[in-house]
Ligand binder design. Structure first.
Ligand code: SF4
Length: 342
């Protein structure tokens, strides 16, 4: 069995979404050619996403975490088909959308929407809030008559905690948190089942972040939404997630339930990543291995051989330099890609 087939089988075995997943990503690869000179001769390949597999159960929040450049945002864009896929498969609501044309994606895109990081840059400053929130309905021909359209916009504003009376104002008249609420209302306009949230609160003040995260959790409960959540802030991830996947240089190194991962990380990279986050429980804090990640993140253009993490890993063995570890299920149900656990 190939390494990718092992990873897929492993994911299917240990994933709570194995039965009827909303989203299934199998051995996803997103590679970019590196070219040089006037003739644009290809001299290399950037493997931004290199064999990523996971499934999302309906109604859960699945987070992708990792340092900048690990491939989490590229994975999210590929899932939305806003990024060309090099290889692998993306199934959404049971339909293989990997190679759908833009026209075939159009009705499916209604069901998978994006919440952007920047509530300042993602809203058109010249449009009234009512037009911003209602625009997806107009684009998809679902606006209905004027009264119905207006009522739907007011309903969406109330849903995200905005006063419907503010519908005729412009984005600059709102605070950062309110602007992110406008963005969320817009993303909900078409009744999606999946929201892909790329760093949705990282541009906001810390005090506002909690309000927006709590709103998202409340909306999930009320509307049965599923979230693919991308974030580098692990305290936010810990608060909102059901399960977490840790990525390093284009690959997933560990997938586990939120509490399992944060209370007892197993992969050396996960351990090191979480060691920087303070834990409220002093007993756990005292017993936690304070791993230090050695060195900088290597270039994704020229990643280390074998296990990509080996130059920075305190447990690296000779085998790690030559053999890439497969993502396999372990006794406690989590998936780990590390030779320590083979
Ligand atoms: Fe460290 Fe080896 Fe495990 Fe990679 S495979 S994380 S280098 S022990």
């Amino acid at each position: 069995m190939s390494e990718s087939a092992v990873a897929q089988a492993a994911t299917a075995a240990a994933d709570p979404a194995a039965g009827d997943p909303l989203l299934q990503v199998d051995d996803l690869k997103v590679h970019f050619p590196v070219t040089e000179g006037l003739l644009k001769r290809q001299v290399g390949t950037i493997k931004a996403v290199d064999g990523v597999s996971f499934k999302l159960a309906r109604g859960e929040t699945f987070s992708l975490v990792g340092e900048s450049g690990c491939g989490k945002s590229t994975t999210a864009l590929a899932v939305l088909r806003m990024q060309t896929v090099t290889a692998g498969r993306i199934l959404f609501e049971g339909v293989d959308v990997t190679h759908h044309s833009a026209a075939r994606m159009r009705p499916i895109r209604r069901r998978m929407q994006m919440v952007y990081q920047d509530p300042f840059g993602s809203l058109n400053p010249r449009m009234k809030v009512s037009a911003i929130i209602g625009e997806p309905l107009v684009i998809h021909g679902l606006a209905g008559d004027r009264e119905a359209h207006r009522a739907r916009i007011r309903e969406l504003m109330a849903l995200v905690g905005l006063l419907p009376d503010m519908a005729d104002r412009y984005p600059h008249e709102f605070s950062g948190g309110q602007r992110q609420r406008i963005g969320i209302a817009r993303s909900l306009a078409l009744d999606p089942s999946l929201l892909v949230c790329d760093e949705p609160v990282s541009a906001l003040d810390v005090s506002i972040q909690a309000q927006v995260v709590n709103l998202m959790m409340d909306l999930q409960r009320r509307l049965g939404l599923t979230y693919l959540f991308i974030a580098h802030d692990l305290s936010v991830v810990r608060h909102i997630s059901n399960r977490v996947a840790v990525m390093y240089l284009g690959r997933i190194v560990e997938i586990a339930d939120r509490d399992v991962l944060f209370n007892a990380p197993k992969h050396p990279y996960t351990e090191a990543l979480l060691a920087a986050v303070p834990v409220a429980n002093p007993e756990i804090e005292a017993n936690r291995a304070q791993q230090i990640i050695k060195g900088e993140v290597p270039s994704v253009r020229n990643p280390p051989s074998g296990c990509h993490f080996h130059p920075r890993c305190v447990h690296a063995m000779p085998r790690c330099r030559v053999e890439s570890p497969a993502l396999r299920p372990r006794d406690d149900g989590r998936l780990i890609a590390c030779h320590l656990y083979d």
